[in-house]
Design a protein around this ligand. Structure first.
Ligand code: F6P
Length: 366
């Protein structure tokens, strides 16, 4: 086979929050690259390992030989490590005036790729990391992106790996709340992740039999939630399960954040207080947090991740740089990276899944 891009050595990195399936992508991309006779290097913690010989006491770059990727398809996390810290690349270089602060290290990164004779990068990331990858591409780096996030909020791909695992974890938790809620005749408010989209809340809430699902795309009113709880009470269903996406907000209000961190948090407790005050019912909260991101990927995510990894290598073979692999319908294709990172995918409020939930009597608090 002829490779238009004339590749001998590639690198792989993982950036942003982890998602179950990262290791499966690394394994598939590495083995597919080896099958082409290429060498593969993993960069530790985003781009840190490229610019630092030592990252947390380990070499910044590691050669991904077959041994390194054996038996990792089912493992959560990422063998390369990742970072979401600070500025663009998680680095705080010293400025000319002696202070420490953000800088644009793209030139240094591209030079370092040249020095190490790395012909292309497979960048596995969410919208933040893929925006960085796109910037590097525009500056001359040969990049192929692979979309990951449990939030499923990246445009251009019907699904990101990690999402189904998060839905699985959340659904299991919501299911378990039913018996204890019923035993005590309580309202349970379960907060799930998803940033500014409600995909995890919608799919886990529907699968888990929630009575109320609150998502950022549909601002809620506490009165409507109370109506639903009292309607159930009158029907002798004296408990209710509410699933709230961390980024949901009351109509005319704004989402809840953890202090000044910019991280979503606190909506379940706020809502539970309001519901308890309005209904007089005992109300408890559960914030699922990072358990949705940890642990072994479900088979769907493993397979999607393996397909994405192999497809990314195929894109490198074809010299299709500045692209991202994506699931469209049943097929994995390549789409322009620039388009993909600019398009956040929100839950369609009149979509079929929302309509199905409404027909089943689920309230969206509107
Ligand atoms: O984007 C994935 C995600 O888990 C979001 O759902 C959540 O808001 C955020 O990351 C949490 O970030 P961190 O791990 O930095 O707390």
């Amino acid at each position: 086979m002829e490779y238009s891009a004339n590749i001998r050595r590639i690198a792989i990195n993982t950036g942003g929050g982890d998602a179950p399936g990262l290791n499966a992508v690394i394994r598939a991309a590495t083995l597919a690259a080896h099958a082409n006779g290429w060498e593969v290097f993993g960069i530790r913690r985003g781009y840190m390992g490229l610019l630092n010989d030592d990252v947390d006491g380990e070499p910044g770059m590691m050669e991904l030989c077959a041994d390194k990727v054996r038996g990792i398809t089912h493992l959560g996390g990422t063998i390369l490590g990742t970072t979401t810290r600070g500025n663009l690349f998680g680095l705080e270089p010293r400025q000319p005036d002696g202070t420490w602060g953000p800088n644009d290290p793209s030139r240094a990164i591209i030079d370092r790729f040249r020095e190490l004779e790395i012909d292309a990068l497979i960048a596995i990331g969410g919208d933040g990391s893929l925006k960085i990858a796109h910037r590097l591409f525009l500056k001359g780096l040969r990049v192929v992106g692979v979309p990951k996030t449990i939030d499923n909020d990246l445009g251009a791909t019907d699904m990101t790996f990690g999402f189904q695992t998060a839905v699985d974890v959340a659904t299991e938790a919501i299911g378990r709340l039913h018996s204890t809620a019923e035993a005590h005749q309580r309202v349970m408010v379960a907060q799930v992740m998803g940033r500014h989209t409600g995909w995890i809340a919608l799919e886990s809430g529907l699968a888990g039999g929630a009575d109320v699902i609150l998502i950022p795309e549909i601002p809620y009113s506490v009165d409507r939630i109370v109506d639903k709880i009292m309607e159930r009470d009158r029907a002798r269903r004296r408990f209710s399960i509410i699933v709230v996406a961390e980024g949901a907000s009351v109509a005319g209000g704004s989402p809840s954040f953890v202090g000044e961190t910019g991280r979503y948090g606190g909506i379940a407790d706020r809502l539970a207080d309001e519901i308890a005050a309005a209904t007089g019912k005992e109300t408890r909260t559960l914030t699922l947090g990072h358990i949705q991101r940890g642990g072994s990927p479900v088979p769907y995510d493993r397979n999607l991740a393996l397909r994405f990894g192999a497809a990314a290598v195929h894109a490198v073979e074809r010299g299709n740089f500045g692209s991202m692999v994506a699931l469209q319908g049943k097929s994995v294709r390549s789409v322009p990276l620039g388009d993909a990172v600019n398009d956040i995918k929100r839950v369609p409020v009149d979509g079929e899944v929302v309509r199905t939930a409404r027909r089943l009597g689920v309230s969206f608090g509107d």
